[in-house]
Design a protein around this ligand. Structure first.
Ligand code: ADP
Length: 284
């Protein structure tokens, strides 16, 4: 029993998925569809884990189940050894579409977490200290009183990071957070995210990040490991170690090893997408 509770490195996993599956049952009748199946995965404490796979391979479904936004149909998901039973402040979630309150300023959006912590309403001084810290950390000092519509896409996403971080979650769940941004902003925010994650800190002090992306280069740049999904239903095809040096800057993209890893992942994703296309054609 003990050995199955451990991650591959011998330490207890931060997030543990065992034989997880999800079947969506249409509310208006029709056949249920198996979206993901047999997902077993340990995310190590302080790890940056990326999930890639063709569209429809279940990336968002897996993320939503870890976030507690949707229940698995089978299997087990644990954070720190405790089953996930709904959303929790231990997990900060950042989606592609910012999810900011348009009627609140940057500061008020970021404050939302600390202000509304139910079990321990924070004194105003402490709340302000936390909010100031995260405004500075994400580079939004000077923009605190702007409203979301006054910000660029990159700044809105910085604000969404800060709002998630202000709850000081041990786990950060990010579902294609950079997908809507232009290429240059994306590169800048990738580096910033590694800094915010704690790339320069000892591993024990880093947050645990699960990051979904369509971008294979993005996954290689950011991750400690990359999970590649197959589709129909979504299953884990393979998990690759990204053995590139840290801290990483854009220079790392010039290493032959970077290109090799990106090529390997691309071949796997392409094979999964191609197999799905053939399956769909055969089913017609
Ligand atoms: P990805 O994020 O990799 O694109 P998703 O997790 O969004 O994949 O979807 C996986 C599969 O589950 C797809 O076939 C999708 O159509 C289906 N699916 C996702 N969400 C729902 C839902 N709420 N109801 C029914 N089917 C869904």
């Amino acid at each position: 029993m003990e050995s199955t509770l451990r991650g591959e490195t011998g330490e207890a996993p931060k997030i543990r998925l065992r034989d997880v599956s999800k079947t969506y049952v249409p509310s208006r009748g029709g056949a249920p569809s198996l979206a993901v199946s047999d997902i077993s995965l340990d995310v190590r404490p302080g790890e940056f884990l990326c999930i890639v796979g063709p569209s429809g391979s279940g990336k968002s479904t897996i993320m939503n189940m870890i976030a507690g936004l949707t229940d698995p149909s089978g299997g087990l998901i644990e954070i720190d050894g405790r089953p996930v039973a709904g959303p929790g402040r231990d997990r900060g979630v950042v989606f592609q579409d910012y999810a900011l309150f348009p009627w609140k300023t940057v500061r008020e959006n970021i404050e939302f977490g600390p202000r509304y912590r139910t079990e321990s309403a924070l004194p105003a001084t402490e709340r302000n200290r936390i909010v100031d810290h995260y405004i500075r950390l994400v580079g939004l000092a000077g923009a605190e009183n702007k409203y979301p519509h006054e910000l660029s896409g990159g700044m809105r996403q910085r604000c969404a990071f800060a709002r998630a971080l202000a709850n000081e979650p041990a786990v950060l769940l990010m579902d294609e957070p950079f997908a809507a941004l232009d290429a240059q902003t994306r590169l800048v925010l990738q580096e910033e995210l590694l800094r915010i994650w704690g790339e320069n800190l000892p591993r024990g002090e880093r947050r645990t990040v699960v990051f979904i992306t369509h971008g294979i280069d993005e996954a290689v740049f950011l991750a400690d490991r990359v999970v590649v999904l197959d589709n129909h239903p979504g299953t884990i095809r393979t998990i690759l170690d990204i053995d590139l040096p840290r801290p990483r800057t854009q220079q790392v993209r010039k290493l032959p090893r970077f290109q090799q890893l990106a090529d390997d992942i691309w071949s796997l994703v392409r094979a999964a997408a191609y197999a799905a296309t053939l399956e769909a054609a055969a089913g017609q």
